[in-house]
Write a protein that binds this ligand. Structure first.
Ligand code: RAM
Length: 541
């Protein structure tokens, strides 16, 4: 009898340690079903090339290369391709979609051998002018969009199997026989899930702002596919950090709230057995996570995004449904907090920005507090506050500890980590976490900006939160100036869509050791759309 009596007790003890799932299979299946039900249809628009361009070295151009007009597309279409190998075609705007073209005979010789053509698709000019090999990058070489096609017999039409993301395409002949042939009919079936159009800005909006808004809208449109992708060239997938910022911009522009809902559900359905959300998930062949890929700050931001979704849409059903996931992220967060109520150094990826050497201690403390406050607010809206009754007390203590340990009141800013690093993002997250008073926040942000060796954001992602913090503490003019200088800087350097990484002082900055593999249409950089439209009194005058 004894073993039988003991079995349930034993199971109860063993299961949580042996990988028992936090969420039931039925619950996960339901979340994924709801994600699928919100899957948008992609619209397809046929786009054709606008002109030929030549790539010229120019030290003043972005990354040292510019594309200048080099003739009509018909010049290419009407004469032999054999004399034009290396030609660069400009579609005139950033496109995401499927490329096809025709090959026709020119002259009276028959096609007697295969022709091999290399197409290189680029989002920015330098991508086409920089040799890819030997490849020094840290990510797969296959992200780069050079595609070799062999055409056995001409006439023929080809379609590149991959979905591509580009404005320019370089065409090089790798092998051919003596017969002559021409290329023609190049087109892209451009795809996006955006349906509506964004409202026009107020009359009299400064041109610099209108330009930034236009490029931001194009960036968002390109990234809104069947999920909020991070970048249509790379990584073509859903990341929590990108989702949150795209959702903000979408709220003030295209208003496709179902896409936000889909992404929140998909991430929930694919959380790890521990309940910890994966930082990134894939849609195909069926939705699955990048297993064990967690980013602590991203998991916390999912809660922030859910609260924002509820406030935006009033969709209580979804928020109720997903509440257990939000509650779980708080529990996960607590495992990274030590007895001293600061990050306990337990290993995990903490992101906040692409900037080498950025110390994350202070930013994380600020985000812990912000997330706990936001989660409590969410709980109250859903009548769930009893489940997280400890949060108000905990955040109070964490604020006190942050002020004691990180705030250098003499210098008027917070420092982070053992070397007491001064960074913009430390002040930013103390501001967003409500750890500073607005006055202290103003002083800290100004002080950081006035400190020559302070670590400043290296990507539009980090810069987004900088603008948010400047606005939050009332530094509206500074927010506007910063936004215009930073995103306007990209516009001036020729951006059709905003970039993954941008440091005004270094065009070649790359987290992947090779700038051509950076993404030049990156979701998290679209947020001027949100700022400009949410705060017309700051930006539209
Ligand atoms: C980059 C991705 C994505 C981002 C992660 C952290 O590799 O492009 O945008 O969320 O890093």
């Amino acid at each position: 009898m004894k073993p039988i009596l003991f079995l349930p007790v034993l199971l109860f003890i063993l299961l949580p340690c042996s990988g028992q799932d936090t969420f039931s299979p039925a619950q996960r299946a339901e979340w994924l079903r709801k994600a699928e039900a919100c899957k948008p249809k992609l619209s397809e628009t046929v786009k054709t090339p606008q002109r030929l361009v030549s790539l010229n070295k120019n030290e003043d151009a972005f990354q040292g290369w510019e594309a200048s007009a080099a003739g009509d597309i018909n010049t290419l279409y009407t004469s032999s391709l054999k004399k034009q190998s290396g030609v660069v075609v400009d579609f005139g705007e950033h496109l995401t979609g499927h490329f096809s073209c025709h090959f026709n005979l020119a002259g009276n010789a028959d096609s007697d051998a295969p022709v091999r053509v290399k197409f290189t698709f680029g989002e920015v000019p330098a991508e086409l002018a920089t040799p890819f090999d030997p490849y020094p990058g840290g990510l797969s070489r296959a992200w780069l969009q050079d595609e070799i096609v062999t055409i056995d017999c001409i006439p023929n039409s080809i379609t590149i199997p991959r979905r591509l993301s580009f404005r320019y395409v370089k065409i090089e002949l790798l092998a051919h026989s003596s017969f002559d042939f021409k290329i023609s009919g190049m087109e892209v079936k451009a795809v996006t899930s955006v349906t509506g159009t964004a409202a026009p800005l107020a009359q009299g909006t400064p041109q610099a702002i209108a330009d930034i808004d236009r490029v931001g809208l194009a960036t968002l449109r390109e990234c809104m596919q069947t999920v909020y992708e991070d970048g249509p060239k790379r990584d073509m997938r859903l990341w929590i950090g990108d989702l949150y910022l795209e959702a903000l911009a979408n709220t003030y522009s295209y208003k496709n709230h179902d896409l936000t809902k889909r992404c929140l559900y998909m991430l929930a359905g694919l959380a790890a057995p521990s309940g910890f959300l994966h930082a990134t998930v894939f849609e195909t062949p069926k939705p699955h996570p990048q297993t064990r890929q967690h980013i602590l700050d991203y998991a916390l931001l999912w809660n922030v995004a859910l609260l924002d979704y509820l406030k935006t849409t009033g969709d209580r059903e979804t928020a109720f449904d997903l509440w257990p996931v939000a509650a779980k992220q708080v529990e996960v967060a607590k495992t990274y907090i030590g007895d001293d109520l600061m990050y306990n150094e337990k290993p995990v990826w903490i992101f906040f920005d692409w900037r080498d050497g950025l110390n994350k201690q202070a930013p994380l403390q600020g985000l812990f507090v912000k997330t706990f406050n936001d989660t409590y607010e969410l709980a109250k809206m859903l009548g769930k506050e009893k489940e997280v009754a400890d949060l108000p007390g905990l955040t109070k203590k964490m604020i006190r500890v942050a002020r004691q340990n990180l705030y250098d009141s003499k210098r008027g800013l917070v420092v982070s980590g053992p070397n007491k690093q001064v960074s913009y993002l430390s002040q930013v997250w103390m501001t967003l976490g409500g750890i500073f008073t607005p006055k202290e926040a103003q002083k800290a942000l100004k002080n950081a900006m006035a400190t020559p060796d302070a670590v400043y954001p290296g990507s539009p992602y980090g810069t987004h939160y900088m603008i948010e913090a400047l606005i939050a503490c009332g530094l509206e003019q500074e927010a506007k100036d910063y936004l215009v200088k930073y995103w306007g800087g990209m516009v001036q350097k020729g951006a059709d869509t905003f970039w993954e990484v941008y440091d005004p002082n270094n065009d070649f900055l790359s987290p992947y050791k090779f700038f051509p593999v950076n993404s030049y249409c990156h979701a998290w950089s679209c947020t001027p759309v949100y700022f400009i439209r949410k705060y017309p009194q700051i930006f539209q005058k």
